[in-house]
Design a protein around this ligand. Structure first.
Ligand SMILES: [Zn+2]
Length: 283
């Protein structure tokens, strides 16, 4: 009798625990729906952030003309286009099709869904104050949108950055400056990047520069740098386990940006090209 009673009590407790757990799961689900924004765009689209230079320029002009903050305008434009600018949509069409309907486009998104995208774009635009190469070397380099091009060294993968090439292919002649303020988090040889520098900004974004010929004497791990400080010289180091290997590819700077964002819990890189074009024009 005593043991039967104990057994019933035990079963009752189990039932209670199951019901309580179900309530907790349901509660968390509902709270998540209410308080956490939903992902509006596939993360790979956000990473590749395809937008032409002409469109960026036009958005910049329209931001002045209509007095809309540029980061906000760019965020809604990218969201509206799924982070993939359809080339048919350029120049005067942006004003007719996008700006004229801007308020209704804006109100078609929930603000809390938009916030993480806005924060991502705004913090990078805010932090990058200079192009990584000073304007006195403007005729010495060339670059385009090289995000996503296939790479084979170290296994099949896609290019997650932007390459700025030395037109003359001469290592060690073009100084590279930090685009942002921050702390030098990584310095030294890595197999793919050769002599590389990784700088963490105050907002937690990570800026990665690779293939240096040599470093500036002024930088060291853990030390802070200011935007515009020379961090090293363009080179062709990398693609080897042997430190100091040069010449496995043409002389260039690889720029990578890994933003601190709630949009991805894994290592996440975003296409630096639009940001480079924006800051280059400002100089
Ligand atoms: Zn690269």
């Amino acid at each position: 009798m005593y043991s039967r009673c104990k057994k019933t009590k035990f079963l009752k407790n189990i039932k209670r625990i199951i019901v309580l757990s179900l309530f907790i799961v349901l509660g968390v689900f509902i709270l998540k729906k209410i308080f956490i924004g939903k992902s509006l765009v596939p993360i790979d689209n956000v990473a590749s952030m395809k937008i032409s230079y002409e469109t960026l320029n036009e958005l910049r002009n329209l931001s002045d003309k209509y007095e809309i903050q540029f980061s906000e305008l760019l965020t809604y434009y990218m969201l509206y286009n799924n982070f993939f600018d359809s080339k048919s949509y350029i120049n005067d069409r942006i004003e007719q099709n996008f700006i004229i309907n801007y308020d209704s486009i804006k109100s078609s998104f929930r603000k809390k869904d938009v916030t993480p995208y806005y924060k991502l774009i705004d913090s990078i635009l805010d932090e990058i104050k200079v192009f990584p190469i000073s304007s006195e070397y403007a005729s010495d380099y060339i670059y385009g949108d090289s995000w996503g091009i296939e790479r084979t060294y170290g296994g099949k993968r896609i290019h997650k950055g932007c390459d700025i090439m030395d037109r003359e292919n001469i290592r060690g002649r073009i100084p590279i400056v930090s685009m942002t303020d921050g702390i030098v988090e990584n310095l030294g040889w890595n197999e793919k990047g050769g002599y590389r520098v990784g700088i963490r900004s105050e907002n937690g974004n990570y800026y990665y520069y690779a293939h240096f010929d040599k470093y500036s004497d002024n930088i060291s791990k853990g030390k802070s740098v200011l935007c515009g400080d020379i961090i090293g010289y363009m080179g062709d180091t990398g693609y080897s386990k042997n430190e100091g290997t040069k010449g496995n590819f043409p002389v260039h700077l690889h720029v990578g940006i890994s933003p601190y964002t709630e949009l991805s819990s894994e290592e996440f890189w975003i296409n630096p090209y639009p940001f480079l074009r924006m800051v280059e024009k400002e100089e």
